[in-house]
Design a protein around this ligand. Structure first.
Ligand code: WTA
Length: 639
């Protein structure tokens, strides 16, 4: 395997970047030629940002699994595609060659087809981090079904909302998931969700943790039994479904500033090209290297850099079932040593949390196989950056700080490992094809260097969001109407004297807690679902490990004997409605919220109080009840 589009020097980066902006169509047409097409594309790009529409590689037909699997089975069938490291270090590692992975994907593809699932049908996947999760994703892609993976930490209600929105006809799940010392009963959560989901006719269940789970006759099927049937029939080759370039590949729900998560839709060809191009360039992947991305496949990072990117490149992807601190805080380093990991891609939250354990867990671990380190999901502070560089990379492995979003499909702004310079806490420069623009709140472009503003992108790249499922207006209004003719990211950003970009965080009502995106409105809805709660307002506050924590101001009029007990009950309600990741760190009971005369909550004030900035709250004279601010200040929860 060689990568004709891999950029190997700073000069080439500059040349390629220029080509990609001078003539984007010609640039991406040429890159598109390096993939396998069932039918060649006729036109590279059509777009209209005013309508929020982008189409790439029009007229082409392909299947992403032929590019991610069959192509490599033909040339390197015995190369390792996937390595799986279990939750507990004493359990057995599993690995799959390209031939084996393709075989298993085809088997599950047959199973899905037997259940009547075909091209365009939506399949919801709710599993722990087991190899079968990657197999399920690829099996959907093989038969042209649209996968929608839901992170294993979401509640039954969240699953039901997503299944209903996508009108999914099948679910693939596990009996349970092992995460650290916990055994999470996934199937029973699915059962609860499905009480509200008449669209689902089949559930495939993988036995993994052997925790008891009920199986409804006619609806629920054991994975192993279904595969045994296919084996009995000789496991025939399953040809890959021919997909149009713009046929949807997957839906992934993500939080925005409203209470309802949106189904971000990615299509086949553009996403494929972007995942492969960014993987090979940002990480400077070399054939044979072991790539370890610690994300969960329930998030976009896992889609693009555990499953699709590495496999499209014919690489070896390592997936890990557990958490960085189980059985102890040396787990990541032990995995790096055991598997001779070359590329480690993780989140600042994980780095900060491991920093807290000092260097003792690293001592005696051989990390000399590492070549490249990566960071994703939230701004990385300089302290964490330097710790990562010094103690993990031993000042010998470039760090790539990769900025991107669920909506962008793959990395948009990042240095290329060892090829373009890094700068602590800066994502640095845009990838070829990416044209960043900073604008002020009126949408006027801010030119020059040494400036900051809201980050937008001026021109489509192949991996851009195509629509929000079932509601294109929402896609248009969220991303393309805020500033006409620009894609709006929702992030604030500064550009230094040399043109390097540093992403400073969300400028909308989206929180980033441990790298997980959560909408304040979603959390408020969940809190308000608790009996006795009249109203609530949720803001983020700086958190040493998680990046941001959740601070909730709650007006409560229920039976109120014990504040602490009520807080616990509210947390339980939030867990039930969204999932444990959305639980507020702090709850303050208040008698009122600072509102303008038109009834709008002044979040700016609440954010400042949560930050401990009690002076200079700005103009409070326009408030309906300015006195409430003093009460909230007095009751602030510190620490
Ligand atoms: C934030 C994750 C700073 C940003 C891939 C973005 C980052 C949101 C970085 C998307 C980074 C992601 N530096 N901030 N390197 N990477 N973000 O959709 O606020 O889960 O808008 O995608 O994470 O989160 P999402």
């Amino acid at each position: 395997m060689s990568y004709p589009y891999q950029i190997k020097s700073l000069e080439t980066y500059q040349q390629e970047y220029r080509k990609s902006t001078d003539n984007p169509e010609a640039f991406w047409e040429q890159i598109g030629q390096h993939f396998e097409w069932k039918k060649p594309f006729e036109k590279t790009l059509e777009w209209d940002f005013l309508e929020g529409k982008t189409e790439w590689y029009l007229g082409g037909q392909l299947n992403i699994t032929e590019n991610a699997l069959d192509r490599h089975v033909a040339t390197q069938p015995d190369a390792i595609a996937l390595v799986w490291e279990p939750n507990h270090p004493d359990a057995a590692t599993r690995s799959f060659t390209y031939r084996e992975l393709q075989h298993r994907v085809m088997q599950l593809g047959h199973v899905l087809k037997k259940k009547g699932i075909g091209k365009g049908d939506r399949v919801c996947i709710y599993m722990g981090m087991v190899p079968e999760l990657a197999i399920a994703v690829l099996a959907c892609a093989r038969i042209g079904a649209v996968h929608s993976v839901i992170f294993g930490g979401f509640s039954a209600q969240s699953i039901a909302d997503r299944i209903q929105d996508a009108q999914a006809s099948a679910v693939i799940t596990c009996d349970g998931a092992a995460r650290g010392a916990k055994d999470i009963p996934l199937k029973s959560v699915v059962d609860e969700a499905l009480l509200q989901c008449p669209s689902v006719h089949s559930v495939i269940v993988l036995a993994h943790t052997q925790s008891p789970c009920n199986m409804f006759a006619g609806r629920d099927f054991w994975w192993a039994n279904e595969i045994a049937e296919i084996e009995k029939a000789g496991s025939p080759f399953l040809p890959a479904e021919a997909m149009d370039s713009e046929d949807p590949l997957f839906i992934l729900y993500t939080s925005g500033s409203t209470g309802k998560p949106k189904g971000v839709v990615h299509s086949t060809a553009g996403y494929m090209v972007w995942a492969a191009y960014t993987f090979v360039n940002v990480f400077q992947y070399q054939p044979g290297q072991i790539h370890f991305c610690t994300a969960d496949i329930g998030w976009i990072t896992g889609h693009s850099y555990i499953v699709y990117g590495p496999l499209l490149a014919g690489g070896t992807s390592l997936m890990f079932e557990g958490i960085p601190t189980y059985p102890d805080a040396g787990r990541f380093w032990e995995i790096v040593e055991k598997h001779r990991v070359n590329i480690l891609y993780t989140a600042p939250t994980a780095i900060r949390s491991l920093m807290g354990f000092g260097t003792e867990p690293i001592e005696g671990k051989d990390l000399s196989s590492l070549r490249v380190l990566g960071s994703v999901g939230e701004p990385i502070n300089e302290e964490a950056w330097h710790w990562y560089d010094e103690h993990i990379g031993k000042r010998n492995s470039p760090i790539v700080d990769t900025w991107w979003q669920t909506e962008t499909g793959g990395i948009l702004i990042s240095n290329l490992a060892g090829v373009t310079p890094s700068k602590p806490a800066f994502a640095t420069l845009p990838l070829p094809g990416v044209q960043p623009v900073l604008v002020d709140e009126h949408g006027h472009e801010i030119e020059g260097n040494g400036v900051s503003g809201n980050l937008c992108i001026r021109f489509p790249w192949p991996g851009i969001i195509r629509t929000t499922y079932g509601d294109h207006e929402r896609c248009k209004s969220t991303y393309f109407s805020v500033y006409p003719n620009l894609y709006f990211t929702g992030d604030g950003c500064l550009r230094d004297e040399n043109g390097n970009y540093r992403i400073t965080g969300r400028v909308d009502d989206v929180l980033n807690v441990s790298g997980h995106r959560i909408g304040t409105a979603e959390v408020e809805n969940a809190i308000n679902a608790h009996t006795g709660v009249v109203e609530s307002a949720v803001v983020g506050f700086p958190h040493e490990v998680k990046g941001q924590g959740i601070y909730a101001y709650v007006i409560y009029q229920g039976q109120h004997h014990d504040d602490e007990l009520t807080k616990r009950d509210i947390l339980a309600t939030v867990s039930k409605v969204i999932g444990p990741i959305a639980k507020p760190d702090k709850i303050q009971f208040v008698s009122g919220l600072p509102k303008t005369r038109s009834g709008k909550i002044m979040r700016r004030i609440l954010r400042k109080i949560a930050d401990g900035e009690l002076e200079n709250l700005g103009d409070t004279t326009t408030l309906l009840d300015p006195l409430v601010v003093d009460e909230i200040k007095d009751g602030r929860i510190s620490g």
